[in-house]
Design a protein around this ligand. Structure first.
Ligand code: CIZ
Ligand code: SF4
Length: 352
């Protein structure tokens, strides 16, 4: 759908008035109407680093979800203010692991006698509190691009990994990239006493997976893959590692959003691709490659509803407020949390 021309003009004017003082980040899953105003696009980690590389920008407008804005605040300077155009843009996966639940889990591991052998590895898609927990307990953050290296590092530090909060990325990486078996993995359910696991199960496991998932990627099933292979003979199925293990096992290619973009850039004209990731990105890629057949790996519409909360009206409101010197919707991580979260992020940056 075309953007409202009046709002486009207002966004342009507010951005021009702010000049170098503002830097707009656009996540790959954002709407086209928002992406057109992004100074840079990327995945959550690339965007946070891009913001840190722009110290002259007083205001970082993060078009993405809450945990991403927190990460940007952690990685940018104290004089840079991070703004999230709609505070209701959360992430259902990040919300599946709260600080209280994770502290309780650590108590369970301690009681089972395994905490001292366990290294936490947390996906970028987690709150600042969970990143801080990870830093405090000697663990690292990972993205979907470096999860393999993060797990290899962690298994050099301890015998077990507690992987938070996406069970699918954890399982897929352990099994596909580290050659573990599904039996090496157990799932810790924060809604059950003791995580729903016995002390013996915890002692025998190598990967303790938090019971979280992405509501978008979790929707793709084996039927989606079978269906598209039948509809489009010769189709290449390319999915994000947040998809379920059986979907990843049935796919031809698996990788992060950056990998998906690069793979399609390099794909020959005339090839056919079914993509298992968020729909805004898939549609944009289909438009960018008219010489290739690029379809969404499902028949149902599947946007990330919280990503989509950032729309042009919210962006205009944020930019116009900033242009008037009024900092709205600032995302701020407190100093102690920031310290330990940064420790975990720095361990990721130091991964071999
Ligand atoms: O699923 C997401 O939200 C992704 C891929 C986030 C990210 O790391 O950019
Ligand atoms: Fe969270 Fe999934 Fe949306 Fe990403 S796509 S922000 S993981 S709910």
């Amino acid at each position: 759908a075309a953007s409202d021309p009046d709002l486009v003009e207002r966004a342009r004017a507010a951005k021009a008035k702010l000049g170098d003082k503002v830097f707009v980040l656009g996540h790959h899953y954002q709407r086209d109407e928002v992406i057109q105003f992004a100074d840079v696009t990327g995945d959550s980690f690339k965007l946070a680093r891009d913001a840190a590389a722009r110290p002259q920008a007083e205001y970082i407008v993060f078009c993405g979800v809450h945990f991403m804005a927190e990460s940007a605040d952690i990685l940018t300077g104290d004089d840079q203010q991070v703004v999230l155009p709609d505070l209701a843009a959360g992430c259902s996966m990040a919300d599946m692991a709260t600080a209280e639940q994770v502290a309780e889990c650590w108590d369970v591991l301690t009681e089972a006698g395994v905490a001292q052998d366990t290294v936490p590895v947390s996906y970028m898609n987690s709150s600042a509190d969970i990143k801080a927990f990870t830093g405090r307990h000697g663990g690292t953050i990972c993205t979907s691009s470096n999860a393999k290296r993060a797990l290899e590092w962690a298994f050099g530090q301890g015998e077990k990994v507690l992987f938070l909060p996406d069970q699918h990325l954890g399982r897929n990486t352990a099994v596909r990239d580290l050659g573990m078996s599904l039996d090496d993995c157990v799932v810790y359910n924060p809604h059950k006493p003791g995580g729903g696991l016995t002390a013996e199960q915890l002692r025998n496991a190598r990967m303790i997976l938090w019971r979280g998932h992405c509501s978008v990627h979790g929707r793709f099933g084996l039927d989606s893959v079978a269906d598209v292979r039948e509809r489009i003979p010769g189709v290449n199925v390319l999915v994000h590692p947040e998809c379920k293990h059986e979907v990843v096992a049935a796919a031809d290619y698996v990788g992060s959003t950056e990998y998906i973009i690069k793979t399609l850039d390099a794909a020959p004209a005339g090839s056919a691709w079914a993509i298992g990731t968020e729909l805004n990105l898939v549609r944009r890629l289909a438009n960018a490659h008219p010489d290739k057949q690029i379809v969404f790996l499902d028949r149902t519409v599947c946007f990330c509803s919280t990503m989509n909360r950032i729309d042009l009206p919210h962006l205009v409101w944020a930019l116009e407020s900033l242009a008037e010197g009024n900092v709205v919707n600032r995302i701020r991580v407190d100093e102690e949390t920031e310290h330990f979260a940064k420790l975990a992020l720095e361990r990721m940056l130091a991964l071999p």
